[in-house]
Design a protein around this ligand. Sequence first.
Ligand SMILES: Cc1cc2nc3c(=O)[nH]c(=O)nc-3n(C[C@H](O)[C@H](O)[C@H](O)COP(=O)(O)O)c2cc1C
Length: 206
Amino acid sequence: MTATLTRPLTVTEAIESRRSIRKFVPEPMDQNDLREILRLASLAPSANNVQTWRFAVIQNPELQAKLQEVAYGQTQVTNAPAVIVVYSDMEDTLASAEETIHPGMGEEQITTRAAGLRGQFEAQDTVQRGQWALTQAYIAFSFLMLAARGKGYDTVPMLGFQPDKVRELLGLPEHVQFAGMLPIGKRAEEGFPHHRHSVERITKFY
Ligand SMILES: Cc1cc2nc3c(=O)[nH]c(=O)nc-3n(C[C@H](O)[C@H](O)[C@H](O)COP(=O)(O)O)c2cc1C
């Protein structure tokens, strides 16, 4: 699984072969692959196409060392060539709502719909609407993991970090909420085999 891929993995292959990987080959990310993985993740769906997710890509050993400190010393944060922090920014989403409405709608519709979206959330405080935005960002987070695997990369999703400290280190505003941190690179270990509930255990068929 560490060999360079000659073709992208199918969705099934990507899902089956994804495992949390915490030891990575010490080589920088191919920057074209990194951009393509981010682009693929950005194709995730969201309510009204709001695209609340934002990515912070860290490829800087010094900053990674600081992130590791606020991630309870978890070594994968410095071991990986890159770390992608996925967060939602509902305030930016609302302020720039016009950008996410399809241009085919025409100017008048765009203005009306953007105002409608802002109106829908104005009664909520930033934490409440930030929570809603976060549910959308989780979808992009999943797409990101599978897009990475599909292109032969490995990741480990992480929530074991202090959000306030990460906001501070990355210079992010207080209202953003984190879907997770994702060290990414080529695997230098196999990870654990999947251990999951059976479909019967978690499903009711009606
Ligand atoms: C939301 C979330 C948070 C997680 N946080 C951490 C973490 O902080 N550190 C870590 O080593 N693994 C973390 N994991 C990885 C899980 O332990 C792992 O996904 C789970 O055991 C299943 O294993 P697999 O990913 O290899 O299939 C996290 C996973 C998810 C989905």
